[in-house]
Ligand binder design. Structure first.
Ligand code: ADP
Ligand code: MG
Ligand code: ZN
Length: 608
């Protein structure tokens, strides 16, 4: 039954009770006359009473003849004390009064019951908390867990060093400030924006800042909270979240740690997790069911976008991703400025130097650093926080971070810088390669120490032999640079090697690009019964296998030589680029034109 109907029934019931009570009171009032006890004795003496019934506190009875106003019954409160005889002698009017014990009665049995109930609840709660079954008591009361902030006081000023992400989110703020006129040209906001980045880079902070800037309500919930024990609770909670936000629109709904909830639905042997699946399905339904004209924007954050269910990332859902990356040097400086506002800083303090020392730190690490420095200064009873405190704090924080292996030594940084510039320069000097967009030596995650981002000029579905060979040369550019500069190679290229081998292998085995082996495929991409790739199946003789291996090896070697030759020709740029990269940590084509594609550079030269 619907909640509303239930309420209506209650009203009807109460009204009926009231009518009945009134009726009974009215009939008594009309026919029964309450009289004082002395009056009763008088009536008695006058023989006016036909019959009585004696109750504990009262006497009720019937007159022989109705009174003047037609009342034939009476009620009186008993006063049976010796004094009564005396009183009637002297013509005193006297009345009995029964003291109401109603409240006393109620208290005497309701209080213990309440007390018992309270105790019982208390113990159940305690038990539930201990068992981590917090959800058990909140079934059906899911509202409690939705965290609403109507007056967010975080703004973009509090978030520093993530300028690109901010630029993307400014648009969302504009939209939330005035959802109506935003759509006047028919444009509509993406429904869901996914903030992607390593932990501690300020994703949660950014989401709150968007709400703060736009001055709208901020509904947030964390994906990990959805992991409940009862099937259906999570789904109910999602429904609730959207319902509340709809009422408060314009508003932001923020789902933190989306990966905990939106993990790809498994088809593994362990079966499925019904609860998670239901919750995820509910989220998808809600996403499809609302449109941004209602003034609601959905933000989510994750540091593991790769494990998200693909259904979440489909068009019309979380179709825009905003990268919130670890800050570079200038970004770190800006973040330090934000947090240093709250502490007493020595005027001689050089925050630039601190920024220099903290490669790989996230925003949260920097916040910790500033706090740590302030603590150190407090401990030595100083007036201000000095450079010395910061240096010591850096050491402490780094020690903590090193366990997570993110901090590089100077030698390692140099190697990484040359490696990345190597990739970029090879890409820039080969005709038809995707242009390099950005190079960085800020460690990313555990595997990658740096990265070179290429910007595809167009979607490509067909690749020529030349394209693939170029791609392989670019992949080998990192290791080639290391060998040229340091005359030794490092483990940093393992990921590149894997990729390059894959390309070569595909060329030989799948695309029939090896003349000596003929135009045939030597591998078939098979799928297991669940539709997942089950790897290549060799269907060749041992001799052919040897030929294939050799062909792959030759191709990879050729790519390496090509990259090395190219870089030797551009040795000057290689050194320049690496120095620049070491100083700035990130490099774009604007800052270092040598990594622009050859064709573009020639065009420019011709134009000048
Ligand atoms: P995430 O959600 O990406 O893991 P948070 O937003 O929770 O990171 O950041 C944790 C804390 O670190 C913030 O409250 C803030 O004090 C600090 N912080 C992180 N990134 C930044 C930044 N870009 N600018 C300023 N402070 C930051
Ligand atoms: Mg967070
Ligand atoms: Zn590389």
């Amino acid at each position: 039954m619907d909640k509303k109907h239930q309420i209506n029934l209650w009203y009807a019931f109460i009204a009926m009770m009231m009518v009945l009570m009134f009726q009974s009171w009215w009939t008594t009032y009309k026919t029964v006359e309450p009289i004082p006890y002395s009056q009763f004795e008088q009536y008695l003496k006058d023989k006016k009473i036909e019959e009585i019934s004696v109750k504990e506190n009262t006497i009720e009875g019937k007159f022989k003849k109705p009174l003047k106003d037609g009342k034939q019954y009476f009620i009186t409160t008993r006063v049976e004390i010796p004094l009564a005889d005396e009183l009637s002698k002297y013509d005193v009017k006297f009345t009995g009064v029964v003291q109401s014990t109603f409240i006393k009665d109620i208290l005497s049995w309701i209080l213990p019951v309440l007390l018992l109930f309270g105790l019982w609840m208390f113990f159940i709660r305690r038990f539930a908390e201990k068992q981590g079954l917090g959800g058990m008591m909140t079934v059906g009361k899911s509202k409690a867990k939705v965290y609403v902030e109507t007056d967010v006081n975080v703004t973009f000023e509090n978030v520093a060093g993530v300028e690109e992400a901010k630029r993307e989110l400014v648009e969302v703020v504009d939209f939330l400030k005035d959802p109506k006129s935003y759509g006047r040209l028919g444009a509509h906001m993406p429904k869901g924006i996914l903030l992607v980045g390593p932990p501690g880079t300020g994703k949660t902070l950014l989401a709150r800042a968007v709400a703060g800037e736009a001055g709208v309500a901020f509904f947030s919930i964390s994906g990990s909270e959805f992991v409940e024990m009862f099937v259906g609770v999570g789904a109910a909670r999602v429904r609730d979240l959207f319902e509340q936000a709809r009422k408060a629109a314009p508003a932001i709904i923020f789902i933190d740690e989306l990966d905990a909830l939106g993990r790809a639905r498994s088809s593994g042997p362990m079966g499925t997790n019904d609860e998670k699946e239901q919750t995820l399905n509910q989220l998808l339904t809600e996403l499809d069911g609302f449109d941004t004209s209602s003034g609601i924007i959905l933000l989510a954050a994750t540091n593991r976008p790769e494990i998200l269910d693909p259904a979440l990332l489909r068009a019309g859902r979380f179709d825009r991703q905003v990268l919130v990356d670890r800050p570079d040097k200038s970004g770190r400086r800006a973040i330090l400025d934000v947090h240093a506002k709250n502490i007493e800083l020595d005027p001689a303090m050089d925050l630039d130097q601190v920024a220099q020392l903290t490669t790989g730190f996230s925003g949260a690490d920097l916040a910790t650093l500033v706090n740590e420095a302030a603590l150190l200064a407090t401990r030595r009873n100083a007036e201000k926080v000095t450079q010395q405190d910061f240096n010591e704090a850096v050491e402490r924080v780094v020690a903590g971070l090193e366990k997570r292996s993110r901090i590089l030594s100077e030698k390692e940084r140099r190697t990484v810088a040359f490696h990345e510039i190597g990739h970029a320069l090879v890409a820039a000097n080969l005709e038809g390669c995707d242009p390099v967009h950005k190079i960085s030596i800020i460690p990313r995650g555990i595997g990658a120490l740096g990265y070179t981002m290429q910007r595809p000029t167009e979607d490509r579905f067909l690749l020529s032999t030349r394209d693939l060979e170029n791609r392989m040369a670019v992949l080998m550019g990192g290791r080639a640079a290391e060998e040229i500069v340091f005359d030794e190679i490092s483990t940093g290229a393992s990921d590149d090697l894997q990729k390059v081998t894959e390309v070569a292998r595909d060329m030989v085995m799948r695309y029939g690009m090896e003349a000596s082996l003929g135009n045939r495929a030597y591998s078939t991409q098979r799928q297991n019964f669940l539709g997942q790739p089950a790897g290549d199946v060799a269907e060749v003789s041992e001799e052919t296998q040897r030929e294939i291996d050799l062909a792959i090896k030759i191709r990879v070697e050729a790519a390496f030589t090509r990259a090395k030759d190219l870089l030797n020709d551009h040795r000057k740029e290689l050194d320049q680029g690496a120095e620049l990269l070491l100083a700035n940590e990130t490099l774009t084509e604007k800052e270092f034109p040598a990594i622009r594609p050859v064709s573009e550079r020639q065009e420019n030269a011709a134009a000048e």
